[in-house]
Design a binder for this molecule. Sequence first.
Ligand code: PHE
Length: 377
Amino acid sequence: MPTIDNPTQKTLRELGVTESAQISPLFEEVRARFDSQANRQMDAHSYEMLRQSWIGRKSGIVNAITENWLKPSPVELKRAVGASLNQLREHIEVVLKTAGLAIESGAEESALAREKVDLSLPGAVRPIGSHHLIRQVFQDVEDIFVSIGFSVVEGPEIETPYYNFEALNIPEFHPVRDDMDTFYIDLPKGAPTPLLLRTHTSPMQIRTMEKQKPPVRVIVPGKVYRRDNPDATHSFAFHQVEGLAVDTLITFCDFTGTIEYFVKQFFGPGVKTRFRPSYFPFTEPSVEFDVSCIFCGGSGTAASGATCGKCKGAGWIELFGAGMVDPAVYGFVNYDAKKVNGFAFGMGMDRLAMLKYGIDDIQVFFQNDARFLRQFP
Ligand code: PHE
């Protein structure tokens, strides 16, 4: 490199500097050179090059000035050279520091821009599910009974014949079992007891009374299974809510009053109830509850003037079975049949849902067709 372009490689003597007045212009020239280089557009790389070439420990120009100008300078010039050199170094450091910060924050800004999250963009829409209509009806029924002092218990869907039948006063070979011909589980030979899918929620009457002394007020929501052939009103699996109230002074009036309260809460105040004699081995007397037809208002005649298709002109729709607990049942749970009495009922949730929402095929509850389910968000 020609020395004329690079005076910092020479000593002051070689440059012909002998007086302190010559020093300032010499440094100004260097400073101007630095300024013109520092004024250029820089990225992180070119900035680092500039920094090295000026204040790099060994190869930097500031170091060259120290080595070539300051150290060998005559004593009378040393002070002035030292002062100018300090000023120059300070200037270079300040300019580099500012430029360095600008480059750093520029990098940060572009990183921010790159990683920016636009909160105004629509997000990924995750469809929100809803409860199945049967679950909603369970919830409605539970709310009504809980509000009058019942608590909710649940029990196993796989039962022993003892709980499903015998303890409910249905001995083996009792003809009523034929109605509930059911699904037995295949068990290895020598299993202690056969097992079956429960045909009703009534086994929980027994399990509850075994566990606690009266008073008892429970409802039991759950799934039940029967060997029914599927049609518009039958399915191999359906849903029930069992009810049981046992205490010392429970009368038939408490029973019908409770049922009537429930039916009016569930279907609305305009609905009437009636009961007819029926038969269940575990209730005596047993009844079948009917409601006035929800569709024709109990008149038996549809709005069109034709016979109501839902109640077939009867004006009443069969709702569920119930009755006063048969004293024989208390014998299975060590309750004193002379001291306690109570009532029990077993309602089909699918039936209640069909009546309340005008659904004419029970199968839609099990088909999981979203077009049906979406109607009951
Ligand atoms: N368990 C009976 C059924 O499923 C209903 C019922 C329950 C009847 C309680 C009377 C008392 O058909």
